[in-house]
Ligand binder design. Structure first.
Ligand code: HEC
Length: 458
């Protein structure tokens, strides 16, 4: 590994100088106008990196302090300039998102200039106040009303391929409850090995599986590779994304008798690790039904007319580098769109979400242009757009089955839809809120006076 090389390149004498007398060192003063860690870089790291790059997470190193960040300077410049870090794979000119950790061109230039100047520390007095990160063991949003835990340990061997494993656990709920917040906690050691976990509620949820809406009982995708029903998505845990708290009067439904399915993707880290995940729920008070209910659901792209309304057959010929599939979904009631997230496998390349308005106007909402299956990122709209019944949500997927795709396990294979990672998928996960006609009217009235909706892209 060439990491140590990076660490060696900068002048070590200056480093020692900092330790002895920080403010007196020439580079520390940085009076040549070069950006300094304390003044210019630390705020960028705080905003866009530390969520993941701090001790105890699944990221490779902490960037909390100058001493920790300094050896990675070259690598930071490279990853930031290529926009690999922070992971954010959309066309930034389309839509406005919040939170949006991506860096502006100016910030990238600042990071590059800092590294080129020898990564000076600057005056520690310029450092922003440290962020008070929650202790990974405490619940972030308060005491949960319900904690559901995996019934056995996941044992991750020291080495080997990534593992995809599902665990089921009863909630024991005897009545329906509405979720105000959710938080997922792998065990402390487990946090290093959990790449991500999709957490589902298996429950008979008509709004989710309703035939008029998205799914049907004979939908093969309602079962995962182990034959478990898929259920409604509650949250996706990943490094930097450990919990969700919904705004006032907004929630997800967890039904009586529901079963939680933890669908984990684990990564070996050189020693055997045991993990047992828990999910904590904060509920609305008993009997309270929040006005806005969030549903996580899927839009499929597939071959034209493949299975009628459920459009999920793919045909990805060998060697083809830009294979397009489309999916269309007519909304049967007004919704507000909260976020969009692509799910494909190794050949996934790009995905777009477009609204075809009732007057025929087309509006591109999000373009994921360099999809990377290693990162499952939900893109939350800053001003979640509102659509009336009759709007068509159109999702377009692109797959690259050529040898130019570095992840492609076999460019000579024809690839179709399937659950195995060597098969592929084209799913746009969306978080919706169903709106009553009255709420919809309110939103459009607010938008007309300039206060409301719109994807925020224009
Ligand atoms: C969502 C979590 C997340 C965020 C936010 C994030 N990173 Fe990362 N970063 C990771 C993970 C996980 C890896 C290891 C996997 C990889 O290399 O892609 C990584 C890898 C890296 C590497 C490569 C380390 C090596 O092994 O060479 C650098 C450098 C880096 N990140 C810098 C940054 C910087 C700088 C920021 C902010 C501008 C940032 N990251 C934001 C999670 C994150």
């Amino acid at each position: 590994m060439n990491r140590t090389l990076h660490a060696m390149t900068p002048a070590p004498i200056l480093l020692l100088g900092f330790l002895a007398a920080p403010a007196a060192s020439p580079a520390a003063a940085a009076d040549d106008g070069a950006p300094t860690f304390s003044r210019d870089i630390a705020p960028i790291l705080q905003r866009s990196c530390l969520r993941c790059h701090r001790p105890g997470t699944a990221s490779p190193m902490s960037l909390l302090t100058y001493e920790q960040a300094r050896p990675w300077a070259r690598s930071i410049k490279r990853r930031v300039a290529s926009r690999e870090m922070p992971p954010w794979h959309i066309d930034r000119t389309i839509g406005v998102y919040e939170p949006d950790p991506s860096l502006s061109d100016e910030e990238i230039a600042t990071v590059s200039a800092w590294v080129d100047a020898g990564s000076p520390r600057g005056n520690p007095a310029d450092l922003p106040a440290p962020i008070d990160f929650p202790d990974g063991d405490a619940w972030e949003y308060g005491e949960p009303d319900l904690v559901v835990e995996m019934q056995e340990d996941m044992v991750v061997p020291p080495e080997g391929p990534d593992l995809f494993v599902s665990f089921l656990a009863e909630t024991g709920l005897t009545e329906d409850r509405y979720i105000r917040w959710i938080e997922v906690k792998p065990s402390k050691a487990g946090r290093r090995t959990v790449h991500h976990t999709m957490v589902y509620a298996i429950q008979d949820d008509a709004d989710y599986v309703g035939e008029d809406f998205f799914e049907r009982d004979d939908d093969p995708n309602r079962r995962d590779r182990e034959g478990n029903p898929v259920g409604s998505l509650l949250i996706e845990y990943a490094v930097g994304n450990t919990g969700d708290i919904y705004s006032e009067n907004t929630g997800k439904l967890l039904m009586a008798g529901s079963v939680i399915r933890f669908s984990g993707h684990y990564h070996s880290v050189g020693e055997e690790i045991r993990d047992r995940q828990r999910i904590g729920f904060g509920f609305y008070p008993r009997g309270v039904v929040p006005r806005r209910r969030i549903v996580s659901t899927r839009l499929f792209a597939g071959l034209p007319g493949s299975t009628g309304w459920l459009n999920n057959e793919l045909s990805i010929p060998p060697g083809a580098d830009n294979v397009r599939h489309d999916g269309y979904r007519v909304l049967d009631r007004p919704i507000q769109l909260i976020s969009f997230q692509a799910h494909m496998h190794y050949r996934g390349k790009a995905m777009e979400l477009e609204a075809i308005h009732t007057d025929g106007r087309r509006e591109l909402l999000t373009r994921i242009r360099n999809y990377d299956f290693n990162w499952q990122i939900a893109y939350p709209y800053k001003n979640p757009p509102v659509f009336p019944a009759g709007t068509v949500l159109h999702v377009t997927s692109y797959h690259d089955n050529s040898e130019n795709n570095p992840y492609n396990p076999d460019p000579t294979a024809w690839v179709g839809w399937g659950n195995r990672t060597i098969d592929d998928m084209a799913i746009g996960w969306t978080n919706f809120v169903f709106l009553s006609e009255q709420d919809y009217e309110q939103h459009t009235a607010a938008a007309a006076t300039g206060a409301g909706a719109g994807a925020g892209g224009d």
